[in-house]
Design a protein around this ligand. Sequence first.
Ligand code: HEM
Ligand code: HEM
Length: 227
Amino acid sequence: MQHLPSSQRIRIWDLPTRIFHILLGLFVTGLLITGELGGDLMQLHFLLGYTVLTLVFFRLVWGFVGGHWSRFANFVPMPKDLLAYARLMRMKPKQLNVGHNPFGAVSVIVMLSLLLLQVFSGFMSDDEITNTGPWTALVPSSWVSLATEYHTEVGKVLLLLLIALHIASVLYYKYFHHDDLITPMLTGDKVLAPETQDSRDTLTSRLFALSILAGCAYVVYRLVCLS
Ligand code: HEM
Ligand code: HEM
């Protein structure tokens, strides 16, 4: 008699989503460091900022056309989902979700929004010594002061808090729910029931992702050259 496996490795996070995550983590860390150190590193700060904008644009598009579990339609929750999930969590079941859980989903949306705000406020920031974002000459000076204040006083603090919360939540799931979210974000797979919907992750979909990334880089280039 043939035994059917009760669970198997299923592709949840496609390669483009995983590479996006690694690069985003590295570049945002680089931005926080180069921004704080300033000086000659500001050229690198600007370049990293344009790259992060490209990545965020890519993720926004990928949220509509990417693998099943990377699509916004499959993880952005309704308020009632948050309540139901909070109740479920109290029962401490192992492995609570296939893709992002509802709270994780909210934090993804907030993180992408804060990154957009940080980048566009950077476009209009001026340190009044040597470094000016590419849009400072295009907007009224009151916008420049407001954007610089947001970029240096508010946005960076919000981002740091959210990143700390993000890492703390991932560790909380690992140690309190024995649900390892980190390995699947690196390998792409989770061990789940065989009938679980997987995410498409083929050579064609990866090449498609590359072409989207190139398109996003071009849009960012045009935005930077608006000045
Ligand atoms: C600056 C640092 C970081 C940023 C900006 C960041 C941002 C993000 C974003 C935007 C996502 C959503 C991925 C997507 O759907 O495209 C995500 C997911 C995730 N991140 Fe990070 N991340 C950072 C650092 C880390 C670190 C250090 C870890 C590991 C400890 C980590 C572990 C994860 C995991 C496990 C997920 C998937 C969560 C789930 O299964 O719902 N992240 N992160
Ligand atoms: C996610 C993206 C970004 C992050 C996390 C970030 C972070 C930072 C940080 C931490 C500082 C130092 C703040 C301080 O002095 O207290 C800074 C300064 C600055 N950033 Fe960014 N930045 C980002 C994107 C950008 C972009 C895209 C530009 C321009 C195109 C930019 C332009 C500037 C300028 C001009 C300053 C100096 C402002 C001043 O000292 O008054 N940043 N940034």
